[in-house]
Design a protein around this ligand. Structure first.
Ligand SMILES: N[C@@H](CCC[C@H](N)C(=O)O)C(=O)O
Length: 329
């Protein structure tokens, strides 16, 4: 069976999009996990690998058109992916010739839409990040209290304060100074919390956040199931939420979030029932289109592919050259 893949990125968080609805048959779970591990491998994978696979499938609910599943680099499945959802939003918007759609994800049907270009000729999409929960059971986080907001974890990271939030994938967030941002502390802590540990049985995405100015933050994330990525969309949305709640107090106002792979904008909203949701606005860039058979992938014969390299990334690089706040790679 021939597969059509699109290599894409959102803030240089890279994925392969695979649309299962146009295949002769659906993939088995084993095939999906094996395929993901093989093509995303950063050394031997397809086109230098990626951070995961985004599987477009038929939606279960009538109200929505199609669904997105997120398979991390290590084959584990995540409930959401913010950067990935922007690229799937673009794919579905072009497929159905529609500027606004609803995409079904593991826990929520999310509104997505085409937005004004963030930079010259940068395809830009705005996606809903929700539902948000501060309940530690939603992550899950083994902690005695119901929530964990702006608290110390002295046995793990003395002197730092953390907040735990599910959006709905799990995030642990700390506001740090520049020196801590550049240190090895994030890697050490996140590696521990994503191995066998008593706190986060399913692992957690860990982010350090540096305040850069009024409604401006820099976010660096070590992702569960991947490791360091250039950016994590749900982490930037969750970090913006914590920035608004703990620092600026400015709901409904754009936050500029820079990251090692570029820049996005977020807006934190509060509903009448008191719950929060975020908009995540950023690039949805196509890198290459690839045709390859499933058999060749599973036999590690990745050279047997046909590919069309797209030239959109040049515009993206011109765009990020002008973001002066990108200071950590
Ligand atoms: N990069 C994504 C998040 C992908 C899932 C994450 N690694 C997890 O396991 O929760 C994003 O842009 O949100």
């Amino acid at each position: 069976m021939e597969l059509e893949l699109i290599k894409v990125h959102g803030s240089e968080n890279e994925f392969f999009i695979l649309d299962e609805t146009v295949l002769e048959r659906t993939l088995s779970e084993d095939e999906l996990v094996s395929l993901t591990k093989i093509i995303t491998d950063r050394n031997e994978g397809l086109l230098n690998g990626a951070d995961g696979v985004l599987l477009v499938g038929a939606a279960k609910h009538k109200a929505t058109g199609e669904s997105m599943r997120v398979i991390n680099y290590d084959g584990s499945e995540a409930s959401m992916c913010g950067n990935g959802l922007r690229t799937v939003a673009r794919y579905l918007s072009e497929k159905h010739n529609q500027d606004e759609l609803v995409v079904e994800t593991m826990h929520a049907d999310l509104h997505v839409k085409k937005a004004e270009d963030l930079g010259k000729d940068i395809q830009t999409f705005q996606v809903e990040i929700s539902p948000v929960s501060f309940n530690v059971d939603a992550l899950p986080f083994n902690w005695a209290d119901e929530t964990f907001i702006d608290q110390e974890l002295p046995e793990l990271a003395p002197g730092l304060r953390f907040s735990a939030v599910a959006v709905p994938n799990p995030h642990l967030i700390s506001f740090v100074d520049h020196k801590t941002m550049e240190s090895s502390q994030l890697k050490e802590l996140a590696t521990y919390l994503n191995g066998a540990n008593p706190y986060f049985p399913d692992g957690v995405n860990v982010s350090f956040v540096e305040e850069l100015g009024n409604q401006k933050i820099f976010v660096r994330t070590f992702e569960r199931g991947v490791g360091f990525t250039n950016a994590c969309g749900t982490a930037m949305a969750a970090s913006s939420l914590m920035y608004v709640l703990l620092k600026s107090g400015k709901l409904e106002e754009k936050v500029q979030v820079t990251n090692p792979g570029g820049m996005v904008q977020t807006i934190v909203h509060q509903k009448e029932d008191g719950t929060y949701w975020m908009d995540l606005i950023g690039n949805a860039t196509y890198l290459s289109k690839i045709s390859i058979s499933l058999k060749d992938i599973l036999n590690h014969q990745l050279a047997n592919n046909k590919q069309i390299r797209l030239d959109e990334n040049k515009n993206y690089h011109d765009f990020i050259k002008h973001i002066s706040d990108i200071n950590i790679k």
